[in-house]
Design a protein around this ligand. Structure first.
Ligand code: NDP
Length: 498
């Protein structure tokens, strides 16, 4: 775990070759802890997008990948998983430097990410169609699955390697080819991953990476007629825009968007456990997660006791250099996001919410020149306030009281989002009722933030369309084909539909 010095210069990866962008230009990627550039990223444009889509289309339709048996595709995926495990340290360091994620978290993430490649590698040759016992005479009807085609995978800055993995593993298992566009702020780890893709032996053009700005390459990529499917993770506004582009030629679409997830703490909850769970939901990854449990809905009878315990424990969080294994809360990844969080904090104050912890940039010496925000808690929030309705994407918790269970469920569901929800209770009946009543893609009970390669993940309402991970994720990258074969002696009356 060491910082890379001096500035590292990357190339893009198109058609199995490392190449300069057509523009000949690079832009700087900033280390969020040092606040200084550490890498130069290729500034691709529409010409690079055209080249990458053409390479992906060729690999899809001709050559080794197009005719490769799914079992062999599975082997390649598993090999990639092994290489990621081997290089976990290096990949973790790159992500920490580019993104400011904690080294401790990245080590955990990278020891787990290979499982996605193992799981979907195993699934690649187990996708079976079915024979339909069709209601027609002398007819044999069956279904089969085919790759959806060329996939544009677009990832955000908050968890670049993990969110790319959630798309790549099922897409590759399905036999698709891919053009990845990582966030302009955090492209380095995806480019590093391509070195392992090469080493694993994937044929040229199966995976391509173009880097640059949303408007310059995201736009041509999502409106490209050669792209069959878009798998997008990012903000709601960009998601809406991408969906509009996809609609022009009805590209298939998966959207993983934002959230305003509620954590519901009932009077019978184990307070110590729930305090830890709520802290992890909002302050882990510095709150820069789509599943941040940014609204705490707490029963009025335990409000004061819970908050005392919460503030006492959260106050011990160590901030500082994300490379240090001791650090618990790292910097905000981008200066733009840092400013946005501070604007949201001011907005909450102006709305009348009461700040009882943090509420300002962190100026502790160990935070040096990084973009740090103190873990922040607002109480006396009402669910209709903007701070309770809009995604902050930072370490800011809104505390809202409730009296009745029904009131808690109603408030939990009363946002445009539906990504996650946390339930803290020791009453089994309440746990099942809450799981049923909450309109969210994931409901965690007496735990929070667990994800797995085996479990589908995605959102209700404005939090997205489709699911990643779990068996159903592979079907997001497949088209169903239905084949009818007649063995009748004659073709019946041609003017009557059968
Ligand atoms: P953005 O929506 O700004 O960006 C996401 C990606 O889309 C980036 O690669 C971005 O490129 C690209 N992009 C931007 N504009 C366009 C465009 N016009 N056409 C195509 N691509 C475009 O989100 P952030 O990167 O700021 O990420 C944070 C957001 O992601 C949060 O709102 C969060 O909720 C959401 N998120 C959702 C998750 C989920 O699973 N539901 C998981 C993680 C994050 P560039 O960076 O170059 O602008």
């Amino acid at each position: 775990m060491s910082r890379i010095q001096p500035t590292k210069r990357y190339q893009c990866f198109i058609g199995g070759r490392w190449c300069e962008p057509a523009s000949g230009q690079h832009f700087e990627s900033i280390d969020p802890f040092l606040g200084k550039p550490w890498a130069l990223i290729p500034r691709c444009d529409g010409r690079d997008v055209d080249a990458a889509v053409a390479a992906a289309r060729t690999a899809l339709e001709r050559g080794e990948w197009a005719s490769m048996h799914p079992s062999r595709r599975g082997q390649l995926l598993r090999r990639l998983g092994e290489l990621i495990a081997r290089d976990a340290d290096r990949l973790a360091s790159v992500e920490v430097q580019d993104n400011g994620k904690l080294y401790a978290e990245m080590r955990g993430q990278l020891s787990y990410l290979p499982q996605w490649f193992h799981y979907f590698g195993g699934l690649a040759d187990k996708i079976e169609g079915s024979v339909i016992p069709i209601d027609k005479q002398d007819m044999f009807t069956f279904t089969s699955y085919e790759p959806v085609g060329v996939v544009a995978a677009i990832t955000p800055w908050n968890s670049p390697l993990m969110l790319a993995t959630w798309k790549l593993a099922p897409a590759l298992a399905a036999g698709c080819t891919i053009v990845i566009k990582p966030s302009e702020f955090t492209s380095a780890s995806t480019l590093e991953l391509m070195k392992l893709v090469e080493e694993a032996g994937f044929p040229a053009g199966v995976l391509n990476v173009v880097t640059g700005f949303g408007a310059e390459i995201g736009e041509p990529l999502t409106s490209h007629p050669g792209v069959d499917k878009i798998a997008f993770t990012g903000g709601e506004e960009s998601g809406r825009h991408v969906a509009h582009n996809a609609a022009q030629n009805f590209k298939r679409l998966t959207l993983e968007l934002g959230g305003k997830s509620a954590q519901l703490v009932f009077p019978d909850a184990d307070l110590d456990k729930s305090v830890k769970g709520v802290i992890s939901g909002i302050f882990a990854a510095t709150g820069q997660t789509c599943i941040a449990g940014s609204r705490l809905l707490i029963h009025e009878s335990i409000h004061d006791e819970f908050l005392d315990k919460f503030i006492a424990l959260a106050g011990t969080a160590r901030m500082g250099d994300p490379m240090s294994m001791e650090t618990q809360v790292g910097p905000i990844t981008t200066q733009r996001q840092f400013q946005r969080i501070l604007t949201c904090i001011e907005m909450a104050r102006a709305e009348g919410a009461e700040c009882v912890m943090g509420g300002r940039p962190a100026t502790r010496p160990e935070c040096a020149d990084g973009w740090f925000v103190e873990p922040t808690v607002f109480m006396n929030v009402s669910n209709s306030m903007r701070i309770a309705q809009e995604e902050v994407f930072g370490p800011v918790l809104s505390v809202i009281r409730f009296r009745e269970d029904d009131e808690a469920y109603a408030m939990a569901n009363d946002t445009p989002y539906g990504l996650g929800a946390g339930v803290w209770t020791t009453d089994q009946r309440r746990a099942f009722t809450a799981a049923k009543r909450l309109r969210a893609g994931t409901v965690w009970t007496n735990t929070y933030r667990s994800v797995s390669y085996m479990a589908p993940f995605g959102g209700f309402k404005n939090s997205g369309i489709g699911r990643e991970s779990g068996q159903e994720a592979i079907y997001e990258y497949l088209e169903t084909k239905c084949v009818w074969m007649s063995y009748e002696k004659d073709v019946p009356n041609p003017f009557v539909m059968r």
